[in-house]
Design a protein around this ligand. Structure first.
Ligand SMILES: Cc1cc2nc3c(=O)[nH]c(=O)nc-3n(C[C@H](O)[C@H](O)[C@H](O)COP(=O)(O)O)c2cc1C
Length: 353
């Protein structure tokens, strides 16, 4: 039986335990570049004992950013800025991961602490793109992507994949959740296309699967590839668990190793039954029915809770977000409370007991 502090091997990469730091936008970049904030923020969670530290949603193009403060990877300079961050995470015994993203119709907003609303003209707003010209709530309507636009986005994901390799990352997570571009292709509520990328489930999955296939080709065979999905839109006639299971099977076929199971974000105002571990059943169902490794995420805050998710076989790893903001050393503290061995930095060993 696996425990939270048992190691996990995926392809050529060994994870020292099952505690993963979930990607979290920091909205602290200028022109998409990583800086000291990213080093301290991500680096301290690697010191804190997590096995995998995933850098925030990183835009594959400037117009794919949620806000002007997003991290990006659309030039070699962006890769160079991330390189020391990935190297430091690795030096602490953690695996460095990066989430590659395009925000689609939810791009071009202000940073959350200035309200997070769509930017206006004169505030640096840019045109957003999406599978169909259907707006997210009161946001401006996006422009429907042409087939050429789709090809450009594939090329941007591939280029960002090569740069992730150059920067030293060893896990890529494709962001297909939370109502951003790839999720917008999946959901019948945001994808009204009549061409090969719309219509049936097969049509709606086609573009995200094509991106995945090309990313896997550029990433090579040695390194793990994850995908984060919203297992349900929590909305009538939307994307749901059944479609997610089918999608996970197909992701596996094109080289995804682990599905990180989140939910929601496609429509504003969805009624979500938020409670401790409320998304864990999605990870369990996808793991069981699609036969692929999964990550559980969402209100996992306690060591024993995380331990049970792994021991019960509901997921192969847990992703924690806010608990790691409250306590960068969450993994070390969890290990202590479970009586497991954890990797303290030698510099800190005098504080261990
Ligand atoms: C500050 C912050 C930024 C986030 N940014 C991202 C992101 O870049 N990509 C993503 O997939 N999820 C993002 N999320 C969602 C988290 O990764 C996680 O799925 C969610 O917070 C639920 O987990 P938790 O209950 O452990 O916080 C963010 C959450 C927070 C709190």
């Amino acid at each position: 039986m696996s425990g939270l502090f048992s190691s996990l091997r995926i392809r050529g990469v060994e994870f020292r335990n099952r505690v993963f730091v979930s990607p979290m936008c920091q909205y602290s970049s200028r022109e998409g570049l990583a800086n000291e904030w990213h080093m301290v923020h991500l680096g301290s969670r690697a010191v804190g004992g997590a096995a995998l530290v995933v850098a925030e949603a990183t835009a594959v193009s400037p117009e794919g950013r949620i806000s002007p403060g997003d991290l990006g990877l659309w030039s070699d300079g962006h890769a160079r800025a991330l390189q020391p961050v990935a190297a430091f995470i690795k030096s602490q015994g953690a695996v460095a991961g990066i989430q590659l993203a395009h925000a689609g119709r939810k791009a071009s907003t202000d940073v959350p602490w200035r309200g997070g609303k769509p930017l206006k003209e004169g505030e640096g707003a840019w045109e957003t793109v999406a599978p169909s010209a259907v707006p997210f709530g009161y946001y401006p309507a996006p422009r429907e992507m042409t087939i050429d636009d789709c090809e450009s986005v594939v090329a941007q994901f591939v280029a960002a994949t090569r740069r992730s390799l150059e920067a030293g990352f060893e896990v890529i997570e494709l962001h297909m959740a939370h109502g951003y571009l790839l999720h917008e292709f999946l959901s019948p509520l945001s994808n009204l296309r009549a061409d090969v990328y719309g219509g049936s489930l097969e049509g709606r999955m086609r573009f995200p699967l094509r991106v995945t296939e090309e990313v896997r080709r550029a990433w090579g065979e040695r390194l793990p590839l994850f995908a984060r999905v919203s297992a349900t839109d929590w909305a009538e006639n939307g994307w749901d668990l059944g479609q997610s299971v089918e999608f996970a099977r197909r992701l596996k076929e094109v080289g995804v190793d682990l599905v990180d199971c989140s939910s929601g974000g496609l429509v504003p105002g969805a009624k979500i039954p938020v409670a401790p571990g409320y998304q864990v059943p999605f990870a369990a169902a996808i793991r069981e029915q699609a036969g692929i490794a999964t990550g559980a995420v969402g209100l996992i805050t306690e060591a024993r809770q995380a331990q049970e998710i792994i021991a019960n076989g509901e997921a192969d790893a847990v992703f924690l977000a806010r608990a790691f903001l409250r306590d960068p050393y969450w993994a070390l503290h969890a290990a202590k409370s479970l009586g497991a061995e954890a990797p303290w930095a030698v510099q800190y060993e005098r504080a261990k007991d």
